[in-house]
Design a protein around this ligand. Sequence first.
Ligand SMILES: *Cc1c(COP(=O)(O)O)cnc(C)c1O
Length: 465
Amino acid sequence: MEYISTRGKVSGVGFIDAILMGLADDGGLLVPARLPQLSEATLRQWQELRYQELALEIFSLFIGDEIPRDELKQLVDDSYATFRDEDVTPVRGLRDGLDVLELFHGPTFAFKDVALQFLGNLYRYVAAKTGSTIHILGATSGDTGASAIEGVRGKEGIRICILHPHGKISQVQELQMTTIDDANVLNLAIDGTFDDGQRIIKELFADVDFKHRYHLRAINSINIARILAQTVYYFYAYLQLAKRGQAGPVSFSVPTGNFGDIFAGYLAKRMGLPVDRLLLATNENNILARFVSEGAYQPGEFRGTHSPSMDIQVASNFERYLFYLYGEDAASVAALMEQFKQQGSLSIPADKLAAVQADFSAHAVGNQECLDTIARYHRETGYLLDPHTACGVAAADRIATASPAVALATAHPAKFDESIRLVGIEQAYPPQIADLFERPTHVELSPATADAIADRLKDFFEQKR
Ligand SMILES: *Cc1c(COP(=O)(O)O)cnc(C)c1O
């Protein structure tokens, strides 16, 4: 399988080079040159597969023969052996017509583990195969950092640095990163927002000299491996419902920040999965919801909410969606992104907006609505939603679909106890989380500038082990 850039100046890249490249060298994002197409017959055959077996089938389509099947199988098995649920991502009924897809049974209790356990093992595999060192640089709005660190801590040939916005993530999110004491991990708390972190990362990756000198690698969802790994659970959820006798298409409601998770659902649909509607749920940072209703993509004022992992204004994966919206025409995407860079916003014509609305519906969930949703489901069903999942469930409650809906449960409520307490609910922490409060922390404060971060990275990357 070959990968190409959304901006058209990079093509013919193999899978391993695509994950190593992260951001394409022309500033665009990598996508598969051609999407695999799955028939109904194949989907029927996949119905009995375990999660790991399904992942192996889907990854094989995207990887081709670059990784021998037995080695790929080992990578997949290692990646999902760390999950606490036998089904990896189980589907549970919440109310009539609505199921939740629980994506939080990995080591850090958020859905990011599904992709980052795999990507961590993939990096270890590549480092061992090529005898090279891999330096990972990432920014987190809260959950990616812990997942990425957990995916590579202590692994030979890999160093990782994660930027997080100081004071803008939950206490458990912070502790999950800063209590790690492996020497190959560096936590930098930046004096700014997640968008500042993401911008710094993009700047450092765009500095091709710096990137190549330090073999800089990405773990943010600009990395195509993350998106591909996330397509698997859309298939898995659909097949679980089909197995129960649910005929016909399914809608998915997705708590959205960087547009990575919901984009994976969109790709699954383009690959032939019978997806009816994709419900895009945002919090009060509602740029993407406004895009779906009005066709204008314009970052607004940053808002702190109960769902910090979705406190994002500039969604880096959005460019991948534009590529498909514009019929895989890289010249149009490059022009739109140039417009965005010049004007700080972009808008699409009416026919394109109609195409957006044929696939997506959106709802921006207010802070109070989020808390009310957590309280109501807890009272009526006993199920405790985390604040991100609550946004997806609130959107599914608000937007009627002709098909049954599955809301993606992206995190465990124990990660966001600050918000759960506001609802007046006391929860018991799982032991892995309770344990964090006892451990020493390792973190440095840094100004939110690319220069400051680059200086610190030079030291970290050049240190002798
Ligand atoms: C990252 C994250 C999201 C948003 O996912 P995107 O791929 O950035 O849209 C939603 N919920 C939780 C818990 C997250 O960690």
